[in-house]
Design a protein around this ligand. Structure first.
Ligand SMILES: Nc1ncnc2c1ncn2[C@@H]1O[C@H](COP(=O)(O)OP(=O)(O)OP(=O)(O)O)[C@@H](O)[C@H]1O
Ligand SMILES: [Mg+2]
Length: 1006
């Protein structure tokens, strides 16, 4: 099944598809009827100063000639000579290109190479293949030496101009490279001479045609110089539209999407913030802009998403586009992502990152002086700027991009922005808003047994709608006083329902309680699929099955919160999406995570834990109601107690909370680490420059609100001083009366390892102490050193368990425990419930406990057993594992910068690898594919798909038949992601080979 031929398919695809695409771009002649420009719908657009103006609401009556992908404007090349001014223009362009390229060329380049490079620079291969309209045809005309009636789909090839390397030609692909190397001027001269020799009786028809083509030439020239519209689908080839239809099932864009893509700010690549309600279709606009950046501008793009699960979902979804359109999709989430990213000369990359990884990526690009390669940055859920520490990281990232790369366009989107004006000023962006929602959302509240419709325009806010039909026994009334069962059973099992609960425990209890009262009919609905799901859940837990899910799944119900393992979450999500499960009880995290809409959303109470809901949280939750393309409408019901009515009125009618800078959050940790990294990256070297940088932050825009008492300047000076006191930076003399700031070794290690500044000294001390007697015959000591400090307070040890585990340690391990500060006597006394007089650092004690959890995990890789043994939820244990792996790599980078820690380098590399993939070694390659968790990897492995190559060459249809509970779309995405990974690895190796073989640029001068 997995023959070499399959592998060959992948390896050669790049080339063969290139030639296919290249020839596709305009050799046949069909002029399609004129198309209208996209029609405009209502929407507002405002300039960066906050001034709002209206887009043209009426349909644009202008029409333009659009040509199909197959058209050939240059059937007769003679028309080119009809316009002498065109020739002059062309020569100018060519001269400019030569000049431009000469500046960049190394002195030893020969003329031939120079010509290649000229072509490579401005007539690059990849975009050409996909340019269907007149500019493309023009370029094709210029680059192709002769009219060649025999040019067919598979016999055209141009050199890989961009690389100065010949394209590898495969069977059926002619090598026409040398001809294409001819300069444009030479070529045109030749055409002129040829034309002069032909008959000079030109018919009127020909003249007319010439005139049209001459006009087109003008357009072509403008396009070349002004990066105009290069394709019929918002500047992209219509192939992209077809792909969107095939891969996403979206046939036409919403009117607002068309309007937004046609905005001047978008056309002219100005920064933009657009805000629309949830499910408005914001993502697609961003994706089209990303494609444009990658394919037309040949720049890399960065897409920043708030959660790892979202990154994985996007990587899976966009890999197929990458394969088809020939760009890289690189995942930066969790432990994935290389710093700096592989430098790719022949392809452009889309980096899909979490907020944290996005920051590290930008730092590494700044350090390598490569930030300019990022042409576009898209930030989804831009309101995350107001989200504590993560908000601060996002602000740092965006401020650095704004300061360092003026040509990088920034696009932000959100459904919940209260103070877009501030964000506009920060990002120097324009704003587009629209209240479009594909499925109508009706908001209700329930008070006692009545349902009221939410109408903020009414004085009372709530308008009576109906009485709830409640037929409860007294026992049931006691158990379910809020009538959640009645609300849910109005909808399920035919339609889907999400119930948001205030706590995790509440989710589990509620799911269990609802099941108790569901009749047997519910069990019959999708019975087989539910049995399969249970089987899957069980095998994902290596034979263990959550007792709550065991009870609820047969009724089509499940709970979803962070206590589940990622495997369980994924199985539950997939089963819900496909209709096998009809109801999920969940915490607020589901609202912002992956897209799981429902016909009805119930908010069990207006609280998250003990806090009253925020407007933005409420909006996100109710926004899940209504599935585009499935439901005619969606509805949300907020369950209220009388005491909460007034607060709830404010909740449903108040404007969304404002989003404020978080650089001063948590005692200013954000600002402190920003200043450190500015100096570390040499973005700023003097206090004045730091001040200059700070003027470009959101904090500066919101100085008056966020820090009314102290100016940003004062704060900056204070923080610079703090960094000096912590020995993270130092003054290294004056230049022109300005103190030069420099990072110290510890500072560099801290910033390179992205170590929190509040515990960098502690880490240094712990590592130094560790070196005095590092225990190497077990992993425990190293695990202790990479146990994240910030998880320590999340766990309270059970002393009996502590004692039991402690006594199981070897004598050497116990000695090491005592050396770090946890003597056996302490643990024994605690377990016996006796008081302890000795002063013991409880942080160290807790940290060792977590290290023991990790140690158990490494030894047996069974999450369920370990969670049981330590009486922790499996979700927590999994989070601990991934945090330890992330912190492990931070500590590794930290130690790499400090010579005294040389010994840690090898030790920590291996440990981090083990923590990252705490599974059987053979599953590791499969788990590299975005979103393939341990369970899925096991299924695939057992079915014979043992390597990435197996997956990349798999037939999705066969995968679906072989693997339980795998849907076609998922199978498609798995194979596409695997293909992308292989491409990425192969490409990175190729780049390395090219680097190795490249002649040093100063060779001739030696
Ligand atoms: N033009 C379209 N036609 C049909 N469906 C579309 C279109 N555009 C987007 N969609 C679909 O609408 C759904 C919601 O889109 P999307 O996830 O982009 O919403 P969003 O605006 O980002 O919402 P949120 O704020 O909740 O993240 C997706 O399933 C998407 O495929
Ligand atoms: Mg979205």
């Amino acid at each position: 099944m997995y023959t070499d031929n399959h592998m060959y398919d992948i390896v050669v695809k790049r080339n063969s598809s290139s030639s296919r695409k290249r020839s596709w771009n305009g050799m046949r002649s069909h002029i399609t009827p004129p198309k209208k420009r996209p029609s405009f719908t209502s929407g507002t657009c405002s300039a960066g100063d906050g001034h709002t103006y209206s887009q043209d609401m009426t349909e644009n009556k202008d029409t333009e000639l659009c040509f199909s992908d197959n058209e050939d404007l240059f059937e007769g090349y003679d028309s080119i000579v009809g316009d002498s001014s065109f020739l002059a223009k062309l020569e100018d362009v060519e001269l400019q290109m030569r000049q431009h390229h000469k500046d960049q060329q190394t002195p030893h380049c020969c003329e031939d190479q120079l010509l290649d490079s000229i072509l490579a620079e401005d007539f690059r291969d990849s975009p050409l293949r996909t340019l269907p309209s007149s500019p493309l045809a023009f370029r094709q005309a210029v680059m192709t030496p002769q009219k060649s009636p025999s040019r067919g789909v598979h016999n055209t090839s141009t050199p890989d101009l961009k690389n100065n390397k010949p394209t590898i030609c495969h069977a059926g692909v002619n090598k026409s490279a040398p001809k294409a190397r001819r300069s444009m001027k030479d070529h045109l001269k030749k055409v002129l001479i040829e034309n002069a020799a032909t008959s000079n009786t030109i018919s009127n028809r020909v003249r007319q045609k010439e005139a049209v083509i001459t006009e087109e030439m003008g357009v072509a020239m403008e396009s070349i110089s002004a990066e105009g519209d290069l394709g019929p689908f918002f500047g992209l080839p219509s192939r992209v539209k077809d792909l969107i239809c095939r891969l996403k099932g979206i046939q036409d864009l919403y009117d607002w999407q068309k309007t937004c893509l046609s905005l001047d700010s978008v056309q002219q690549r100005r920064n933009l913030i657009y805000s629309l309600p949830t499910s408005g279709g914001k993502t697609l606009v961003a994706e089209i802009l990303i494609f444009k950046e990658l394919l037309c501008r040949m720049k890399d793009a960065l897409l920043i998403l708030p959660y790892i699960s979202l990154v994985q979902e996007k990587v899976r979804g966009l890999s197929s586009f990458g394969i088809e359109l020939d760009f890289m999709v690189e995942e930066y989430a969790g432990s994935k992502g290389r710093f700096p990213p592989v430098k790719r000369r022949s392809k452009n990359s889309l980096y899909i990152t979490t907020i944290e990884k996005g920051h590290s990526l930008v730092n590494s690009l700044i350090e390598m002086d490569r930030l300019g390669n990022i042409g576009l940055v898209v930030v989804d859920e831009l309101h995350m700027l107001g989200d504590g520490n993560r908000g601060a990281i996002l602000e740092m990232t965006l401020s650095k991009i704004l300061y360092m790369s003026k040509s990088t366009q920034i696009i932000g989107m959100s459904a919940t922005l209260g103070n877009v004006g501030d964000l506009q000023r920060f990002l120097k962006a324009e704003n587009y808003t629209n209240d479009f929602r594909p499925v109508e959302l009706k908001e209700y509240v329930k008070i006692k047994d009545s349902i009221y419709e939410v109408d903020p325009k009414e004085e009372e806010c709530f308008r009576f709608s109906r009485l709830l039909d409640i037929k409860y026994s007294s026992g049931m009334q006691k158990l379910d006083p809020d009538h959640i069962i009645a609300l849910a059973t109005e909808i399920i099992p035919q339609q889907s329902c999400l119930i948001f609960c205030p706590t995790k425990k509440n989710c589990e209890n509620l799911a269990g309680m609802i099941c108790k009262y569901l009749n047997k009919e519910f069990r019959k609905h999708k019975e087989t699929e539910k049995a399969t799901l249970l089987g899957e859940l069980k095998s994902s837990g290596n034979g263990s099955l959550c007792p709550v899910l065991q009870k609820t799944v047969p009724f089509g119900l499940a709970y979803h919160h962070s206590g589940l393992t990622s495997d369980e979450k994924k199985l539950v999500e997939e089963a819900y999406s496909s209709g096998v499960l009809c109801l999920l009880t969940c915490t607020s995290t589901l609202a912002a995570g992956i897209n799981l809409p429902a016909r009805r959303v119930i908010l069990r109470s207006p609280y998250v834990a003990a806090d009253f809901l925020k407007r933005s949280q409420y909006k996100q939750m109710v926004g899940r109601a209504g599935r585009a393309g499935i439901d005619a409408m969606g509805e949300s019901i907020l369950v209220l107690q009388e005491k909460d009515i007034n607060m709830a009125k404010k909740l449903v009618s108040a404007p969304v909370e404002k989003c404020y800078s978080n650089l001063l959050h948590d005692g200013g940790q954000g600002l402190l680490s920003l200043v450190l990294s500015l100096i570390g990256l040499k973005i700023t070297t003097t206090i004045e420059q730091v001040r200059d940088f700070m003027k470009g932050t959101l904090l500066n825009v919101q100085e008056a609100q966020v820090s009314p008492e102290r100016s940003l300047w004062d704060l900056t000076l204070e923080f610079i001083e703090k960094l000096r006191q912590k020995a993270l930076i130092e003054a290294s003399g004056d230049v022109n009366d300005e103190t030069i700031l420099q990072i110290t070794r510890l500072g560099r290690a801290t910033f390179k390892g992205s170590v929190d500044l509040s515990y960098c000294d502690l880490l240094y001390r712990d590592l130094s102490k560790g070196l005095e007697g590092l225990l190497l015959n077990s992993f425990l000591h190293l695990l202790y050193l990479v146990t994240p400090y910030d998880m320590v307070h999340q766990c309270k040890p059970d002393w009996m368990i502590y004692f039991r585990q402690f006594t199981n340690l070897s004598a050497a391990e116990q000695k090491m425990a005592s050396a770090v500060g946890v003597p056996e006597s302490f643990v024994t006394r605690k377990a016996a419930g006796q008081s302890v007089r000795k002063t013991v650092d409880i942080v160290v004690v807790n940290r060792l406990y977590l290290a023991m959890v990790l140690y158990s995990l490494l030894k047996e890789t069974n999450l369920w057993n370990v969670s049981d043994r330590f009486q922790l939820t499996r979700g927590f244990v999994q989070t601990l594992l991934s945090s330890a792996s992330a912190f492990g790599s931070s500590v590794l980078h930290f130690t790499e910068e400090l010579e005294e820690f040389w010994a840690y380098k090898a030790l920590l590399s291996e440990l981090t690898r083990r923590l990252t993939y705490c599974v059987q070694a053979e599953l590791i390659p499969l788990m590299e594919v975005a979103g393939v968790m341990e369970h899925r990897a096991k299924q695939l492995y057992n079915a014979g798909y043992k390597t990435l190559a197996h997956l990349a060459n798999a037939d999705p249809k066969i995968l679906v038949q072989t693997i339980d509970n795998l849907f076609k779309k998922q199978a498609d995405q798995i194979t596409a992601s695997a293909k992308m990974l292989i491409k990425e690895k192969a490409d990175a190796l190729q780049e390395e080979v090219d680097d190795l073989l490249m002649l040093p640029s100063d060779l001739l001068s030696l």
